[in-house]
Design a protein around this ligand. Sequence first.
Ligand SMILES: NC(=O)C1=CN([C@@H]2O[C@H](COP(=O)(O)OP(=O)(O)OC[C@H]3O[C@@H](n4cnc5c(N)ncnc54)[C@H](OP(=O)(O)O)[C@@H]3O)[C@@H](O)[C@H]2O)C=CC1
Ligand SMILES: O=C(O)[C@@H]1CCC=N1
Length: 307
Amino acid sequence: MGVAVLSGVIDGLNARNSLGTSQQDSSHASGTSTPVDLSSSQAIMEAKECSLPSNFVCTVNRHESAKSLRKTMDALGDVGKQVKILQGKGVNAEAVRASDVVLLCAKPQMAHSILNEPGMQDALANKLVISILAGVTIAQISSWVPESTKVVRAMPNTPCKIREGMTVVSALPADWTFEKELILAIFRSIGRCRFLEEKHFDACTALCGSGPAFAVTVLEAMADGGVMMGLPRAEAVELAAQSMQGIARMVLETGVHPAALKDSVTTPGGCTIAGLLALEDGKVRSTMARTIQVATTHAAGLGQSKK
Ligand SMILES: NC(=O)C1=CN([C@@H]2O[C@H](COP(=O)(O)OP(=O)(O)OC[C@H]3O[C@@H](n4cnc5c(N)ncnc54)[C@H](OP(=O)(O)O)[C@@H]3O)[C@@H](O)[C@H]2O)C=CC1
Ligand SMILES: O=C(O)[C@@H]1CCC=N1
C-alpha cells in the first residue's frame, strides 16, 4: 500500500509512520507516547504488525523544499531513504496514481486547484483522501473529487514531530473498518488519535492545531518571569517546560480535574495562591478561552476562497 503526501507539511510524518510504534486510541485516554529509535528493527516489526503503509511519495512545490525534505528523510535511515520526493509540474497526479491513500497537506486555499490538476480526477478514483487543511470541509473536498473517493479530515499538531502529537479525525461511517484501522495506525504512530464529529473541527483546529502555539506562549511568559527574578534563561525555559509537561501528563494519566490539581498545589496563605490571584487579575482564563473562540471562528473561514 502506498501513501501520497501532497506537500511535505509535517516533515517526516510519512517515514515515521512506516516505523512507528502503536499508540493508544485516546477514546480511552490513558498512557503516553514514547519516542522510538527510528532505525530499530523492533520498530519495523511493530510497524508491520500495525499494517502500516509501506511505500511513500511526497510532493512539494519548490526545489529548495524538495532538497530540505530529502535531507530530513535521509536522516531517518533506510526507510526514510525509500520515501520518494517529487517536485515539478504534474507530480501531484503522478503521486496519487501510485498510491492508495492521499494525505492532503497544502494550504487550505490550494486544495481546489491541486485536486483539479490534469490527470488528478482519474488518479483519485477509489482512493482514500485524508485532508489536514484547516477550514476546508468534507463536503467541499467531496465536491472536487470523484464520487468513488473517500474523504476524511484530520487535524494533527506540531508535536507529531516527536510522536507526542494530538490528531483528531472526523467520525467515519460504521462500515469503514479498514479505513479506521489504517487511519489509527498512521496517526497513533505519531501520538494520540481520536475521532470526533466534523462539526467540532474548527474548535479542534484552534485547540489542537493552534494550541501548541498558545501553550508555548504561556511557557515563554513563565520563563520570562523566572529570568526577571534572576534565573538563567536556559534553566528558566527547562523549569517551565517540564512543569507544563508534568502537569499536562497528570491530567491525561490520572483523569483528575485540572482545578483539583491546581488546588492540590495551593497551600493556604502560600505563594501559589498569591500568584494565582495575580493571574486572575490579568484575566488569564477568559483571555485563553477567548483565544480559542477567536481562533475557532477564524479557522471556519480558512479555505473558503479558492484563491
Ligand atoms: N502548521 C501546523 O501546525 C498545522 C497545519 N495544518 C494545515 O496544514 C496545511 C499546511 O500548513 P503549513 O505547513 O503551516 O504551511 P506551509 O506553507 O509550511 O506548507 C505548505 C506546503 O504546501 C506545499 N505546496 C505548495 N504548493 C503545492 C503544490 N502545488 N503541490 C504540492 N505541494 C504544494 C509547499 O511546498 P513548498 O515549500 O515547496 O512551497 C509546502 O510544503 C494547512 O492546510 C494547514 O491548515 C494542520 C494542522 C496543523
Ligand atoms: O494556523 C493555521 O492556520 C494552521 C492550522 C492549525 C495550525 N496551524
